[in-house]
Design a protein around this ligand. Sequence first.
Ligand code: GLP
Length: 253
Amino acid sequence: MTSPLARKRQAAQHFEIIRLNAAEDAQREAAAAIRDYITSARRPVLGLATGRTMLPVYAWLCRWFDQKTLSFRDCTSFNLDEYCGLKGDDPSSFAAYMRRNLFDHVDMASDRFNLPQESCPAAFDDLIEQTGGIGLQLLGIGLNGHIGFNEPGTDQNSRTHLVKLAASTRSANAADFPVGVSVPSHAVTMGIATILDAQRILLLATGAAKAEALRRAFLGPVSADCPASYLQLHSHVTVICDSAAAELLEEPS
Ligand code: GLP
């Protein structure tokens, strides 16, 4: 891992917070953690996330692949979520996002990356289990504290399932769709229990808009009102954030 000067670590319960000044540094740190996992695991199984926060993360991974310091040849991946009603080649789908930003540029076999299917959500959990489980799960966080597309109110024991998206989520993601095309009303997402089954979780958050969600997730009570707060129940969570997103987290003592 890199050692930026501005890094601050805060161990609270079972999670570690790595706070860096700039968003770019946080994104590189997250990419480096993924690289370290891939290079150290015998059969790496990645849980992957989409969203604008992750774009520079994937750019770093592609760069290191180009530089021949990283290979995805032994990797399998499972994405957190996908919109309902979009074909895989729809540019606004998460499948297309993943191809555009990672899979088209690296050496992972095309039958090794998986996204949940709206036609049979439960099959996704079975598939994850058959590969031996997710070793490292990358997560972003929604403004309302969602992880994957698990909106407020999601049960802690949920597995991969269909969801109705919150109005705030649809409006936050509208920029990913062409003008005049509305964000799908439903999606399929790994459930909370699916996410918590991962051996290790890496949550990346940048920007002041995420500060309140991060505060509720890690300093608030464990509650369905903020699905990310369920991460407090996991034994190996690393939060990587920039100083803007960390603004409402307590200073380390
Ligand atoms: C979407 C995804 C989440 C992601 C969130 C934040 O709703 N389903 O997995 O964490 O957006 O995205 P962004 O990074 O664009 O803020």
